[in-house]
Design a protein around this ligand. Structure first.
Ligand code: PMP
Length: 435
């Protein structure tokens, strides 16, 4: 038994499925998940001492690369001053100000520890602000694992959702209406029927948890208009896209494209913690001030705004200047073009979709015309992706272990790292075709 197999066996004895988050389990690609022991720049190292060029980046946070010396120094310095005080620190305000500098519509910001908490609180705020209960979400959009957000996809027109997980009371799932993404008619129909009871629409700023599925041009502005007309709030979930798809998140990508849309609330995570647990709810001051202690909407956290985590987030955002985004953009172009060329050469139909610096590759003839929604995303060739994934892993490149994920570059992906990815692609593309 290899050391890695041994570690997994031991983990399975004490941790359900051997993992602390399900997607790590290689469930959809098969095989034994790798155990990592260290990471540096663009590289992760497994327990057997093998290096991989990393295209997961901790699922987004490692924007400037793993273990960036300035981030580590900030963390060590903060840790030396104490791990947690249960009281306010100056750095929390600095991080909130840095978020607002990048996204000025984030007038007020509350820090929490996970994206799940951020979206859960945003929804509670929307309900508190409107006095309404129903929530509209999109099929294929992930907002964390709180009860009401695990509602399953209904197809086509919105359906009153069934629980997407055991343990979610039907009465709670029934508060969530699931609509097809990028489908204006379905939204109009839902608002025509339930408009007076809808507290909010929550949307990923750009869909990135079913592969990358950006909003169609004008769709986010349409959402803003529709919600405003019906007195509902618009919540833009930038946990994944925030400060990764561009310096001002996907909000900034849209603004730069001329679609200047101001959601009432936004949520951030991942990059704002630079690899430690920080997330945020942000938005219009009038809505945000409904939070306790000013207002009646309760929210709290023992480790909210934790000083060590905030130090990592601040250091990461301070490093993330235009040059960092330019490097990530260039790296994303190199990898996506090389992947597309290799797949074409191997005869594998595919489509690459982008949202700012984020991209993913969908495999299979059924998706080549583009993926606008979850229903279409499910038509991709999962077996081809699994073969591709394992061939890349064998060649020393760690991709997300699921076809429903973005590929994450960092500013630390230098020429050597990119070359290793590019040279692994043709063999992996042939493996995908043969699968
Ligand atoms: N929203 C989005 C868009 C996400 O991608 C995620 C996590 N992948 C979450 C919310 C939940 O964040 P967390 O895992 O930190 O709870």
């Amino acid at each position: 038994m290899s050391r890695n197999d041994d570690l997994f066996e031991r983990a399975r004895g004490v941790i359900p499925g051997g993992v602390n988050s399900p997607v790590r389990a290689f469930g959809s690609v098969g095989g034994t998940p790798r155990f990592f022991v260290s990471a540096s720049g663009p590289t992760v190292t497994d327990a057997e001492g093998r290096d991989y060029v990393d295209l997961v980046a901790s699922w987004g946070p490692a924007l400037v690369g793993h273990a960036h010396p300035e981030v580590i120094a900030a963390v060590v310095e903060a840790a030396g001053r104490g791990l947690s005080f249960g009281a306010s620190t100056p750095a929390e305000t600095e991080l909130a100000e840095e978020i607002r500098r990048r996204v000025p519509i984030a007038e007020k910001i509350r820090l929490v520890s996970t994206g799940t908490e951020a979206t859960m609180t945003a929804i509670r705020l929307a309900r508190g602000a409107t006095g309404r209960d129903l929530l509209v979400k999109f099929a294929g959009h992930y907002h964390g694992h709180s009860d009401g957000l695990l509602a399953q996809a209904g197809s086509g027109l919105a359906t009153l959702a069934l629980p997407g997980s055991a343990g979610v009371p039907a009465a709670i799932a029934a508060q969530t209406l699931v609509v097809r993404y990028n489908d204006r008619a379905a939204l109009e129909a839902v608002f025509a029927e339930h408009g007076e009871r809808i507290a909010a629409v929550i949307t990923e700023a750009a869909g990135a948890n079913m592969g990358v599925v950006p909003p169609a041009p004008g769709f986010t502005a349409f959402l803003r208009d529709l919600t405003r007309r019906h007195g509902a709030l618009l919540i833009s979930d930038e946990v994944l896209t925030g400060f990764r798809s561009g310096p001002s998140g996907y909000w900034g990508v849209l603004r730069d494209a001329g679609e200047d849309v101001a959601p009432d609330l936004l949520t951030f995570g991942k990059v704002v913690g630079g690899g430690l647990p920080v997330a945020a709810i942000a938005g219009r001051a009038e809505v945000m001030d409904l939070l306790a202690p000013l207002g009646p909407v309760y929210q709290a956290g023992t480790l909210s705004g934790n000083p060590v985590a905030v130090a990592a987030g601040l250091a990461t955002l301070r490093l993330a200047d235009d040059a960092v985004y330019a490097r990530i953009t260039a790296a994303a172009e190199t990898v996506s073009h090389a992947a597309s060329a290799a797949l074409t050469e191997a005869g594998m139909p595919h489509v690459v979709q982008r949202a700012g610096t984020l991209f993913s590759v969908f495999f299979g003839a059924a998706v080549v015309d583009g993926v606008p929604d979850y229903e279409t995303a499910t038509l991709q060739d999962a077996a081809a992706y699994a073969a591709f994934f394992h061939a890349m892993l064998d060649a020393g490149v760690s991709l997300p272990p699921s076809a429903f994920e973005a590929w994450f570059l960092t500013a630390a992906h230098d020429d050597a790292a990119l070359e290793r990815i590019v040279s692994a692609l043709p063999g992996a593309a042939r493996a995908a075709t043969a699968a």
